[in-house]
Design a protein around this ligand. Structure first.
Ligand SMILES: *Cc1c(COP(=O)(O)O)cnc(C)c1O
Length: 368
């Protein structure tokens, strides 16, 4: 039995150079405007502070988070300078003022609250205005846009950095809603004060064509290696590697069952490697008995039986060299192990694989 934390803890390695390379590749696709980085949910599980610092050092000037608390923490990490916008918005407060955070104004009420705040402060309040063009989630709807279009004075005191909208189906290039949203967005912007910069595409939106370009793109997932063009080869670099140590290797006879529910039965005398990661670490239980694999020395290692909370079992009968202390790659660039491939097995999307990654790993950020 291996001893010491090093030997028994899984390691999550984030390649910051890959994230930066992905950001540069997306920037090259968007010559019409700038490219921000969406780092909400702790940069999709990769670590918002190191990721955002690496992108800042590469020249990224705008960051998006979801929550006020994420924005405050990111300001601490980045220092003054880069723009940090909060997608879910926030009520005016001294903390946000001091941190220089941009609220995303998602409704007339948000506009009113921040415009009133600007009057009280006697200084313009920078913000981003969000128009809903078909997502029906956040942002001014058509009725609210009409009210605003008829009375631009409602924006008095606000220093709008841009007007944004969000695409619902950008990962399906043929979906008719894409074009409709781009048209609605252009028409809506034409009813607002002239000259405001616009922000439209997410990761997949950057692959839809020039009519989806804008002054500020907002990619998230593609920075982290998720394929923004599902069904086509992934143009992004993998940024995450998760390796879990083998705690034990055991031999079981033909006919033995493995794990909870005895859901897997081996047909031949087998060797089973038990590794130190499970669904509590974001290695989803839904991967059980669905043909998922890990990887060792470039070879696939079949997952066997159910994923349990802290442990997962692999069939290493055909990999006799595997010993306790070796590390099996669970997530990374190896065939079958990318976030998108794991997601397909588990019936979810790569985003959920990354944002589910747990807190118990030793986290290593390389190439910062
Ligand atoms: C999460 C989010 C993004 C980033 O989307 P990806 O698909 O990860 O590129 C952009 N804009 C808004 C409003 C979002 O909520």
């Amino acid at each position: 039995m291996a001893t010491g934390t090093e030997a028994t803890q899984a390691v999550l390695t984030v390649d910051l150079a890959a994230v930066v390379a992905n950001w540069r590749a997306l920037r090259a696709r968007h010559p019409a405007g700038a490219v921000a980085a969406v780092v909400k949910a702790d940069a999709y599980g990769l670590g918002a502070a190191p990721v955002a610092r690496a992108l800042r050092d590469a020249g990224c000037r705008s960051f998006f988070v979801a929550h006020l608390a994420e924005g405050l923490a990111l300001r601490d990490a980045l220092g003054p300078g880069p723009e940090i916008a909060v997608l879910n918005g926030f009520a005016p407060c001294a903390e946000a003022d001091q941190a220089g955070l941009l609220p995303v104004l998602n409704a007339l009420g948000d506009i009113e609250a921040h415009a009133a705040h600007a009057r009280r402060r006697g200084a313009p309040v920078p913000a981003i205005l969000h128009l809903d063009t078909g997502m029906a989630r956040l942002g001014l709807d058509a009725r609210e846009l009409g009210v605003l279009a008829a009375d631009h004075a409602r924006l008095a005191g606000l220093a709008l950095r841009c007007v944004m909208s969000h695409l619902a189906c950008a990962d399906e290039p043929e979906h008719p809603l894409n074009r409709l949203q781009a048209e609605r967005f252009a028409a809506a912007c034409a009813r607002l004060p002239a000259g405001l910069p616009r922000s439209l595409p997410n990761s997949s939106g950057l692959f839809l064509g020039p009519e989806f370009a804008s002054d500020l793109a907002r990619p998230g997932c593609a920075l982290y290696g998720i394929n923004p063009t599902p069904g086509r080869p992934n143009p992004m670099r993998q940024a995450v590697t998760l390796e879990a140590p083998v705690l034990q290797v055991r031999e079981v006879p033909a006919g033995a069952t493995v794990g909870y529910g005895a859901s897997a039965r081996v047909e031949r005398p087998s060797r089973i490697a038990t590794v130190a990661a499970g669904y509590a670490d974001g290695y989803l239980r839904a991967l059980s008995n669905r043909g998922a694999v890990g990887s060792f020395a470039g070879r696939p290692v079949p997952l066997l039986g159910r994923v349990s909370m802290d442990l997962t079992t692999f069939d290493v009968t055909d990999l006799p060299e595997i010993r306790p202390g070796d590390r099996i790659l669970l997530l990374g660039a190896a065939p079958g192990c990318t976030p998108d491939e794991l997601a397909a097995r588990a019936g979810t999307i790569g985003y959920e694989i990354l944002t589910s990654l747990g807190a118990r790993y030793r986290r290593v950020h390389r190439n910062g």
